[in-house]
Design a protein around this ligand. Structure first.
Ligand code: SF4
Length: 63
């Protein structure tokens, strides 16, 4: 599984972090950081939920 974020679309509202904090982190500088671009398989449900929750459709999950 591979995760990509369109940072031009991201508004740093941290909804993805709420769903999958192992993968998405909005830091004090108000930017989103991907902690891993290739999350382990057991995180698939959480990552998919983050993808669904993102109001900007900024998250793409492949694989
Ligand atoms: S949910 Fe979407 S818009 Fe919000 S921080 Fe995550 S990627 Fe950015």
């Amino acid at each position: 599984m591979r995760v990509e974020v369109d940072y031009d679309q991201c508004e740093s509202n941290a909804l993805c972090m709420g769903a999958a904090p192992e993968v998405f982190e909005v830091r004090d500088d108000d930017f989103l950081y991907l902690l891993t671009e290739e999350p382990s398989e057991e995180l698939r449900d959480k990552v998919r939920q983050a993808e669904r929750l993102c109001p900007k459709q900024a998250i793409t999950v492949t694989g």
